[in-house]
Design a protein. Structure first.
Length: 114
């Protein structure tokens, strides 16, 4: 195991025999296959100056896969949006269309009030 001494800067000596230094790097979770994903689709207007967005939550996986799914949904709906923090926002009211796209891709989808 090669450790970079710079990763341990600011650490005081430990006498604990089982001490393992943690670098603080987050291991990103692996992306579950679509069949195991349980996504929730809702219409959201909160904190958006009256504009509606379709909100997709419940995605479990890497941020790259989340962004790829978000890009697919935005492209198929022909609108903008964002994908971050495990959520995908699609500008406008596209709840029915997003649910249809996700179901065709094999995701478990349910609608939430919003």
């Amino acid at each position: 195991m090669t450790e970079n001494w710079k990763d341990r800067l600011g650490v005081v000596y430990s006498t604990h025999p089982d001490f393992e230094y943690e670098t603080g790097e987050n291991k990103e979770e692996t992306t579950l296959p679509p069949r195991q994903q349980k996504l929730t689709v809702s219409l959201d207007r909160k904190k958006r100056k009256g504009k509606s967005v379709t909100l997709i939550t419940g995605f479990q996986g890497t941020s790259d896969d989340l962004k790829a799914l978000g890009k697919t949904l935005k492209t198929k709906c022909g609108v903008g949006g964002t994908a971050k923090n495990g959520e995908i926002l699609v500008q406008g009211d596209f709840v029915a269309r997003v649910m249809e796209i996700l179901k065709k891709a094999g995701y478990q989808v349910k609608r939430s009030g919003g």
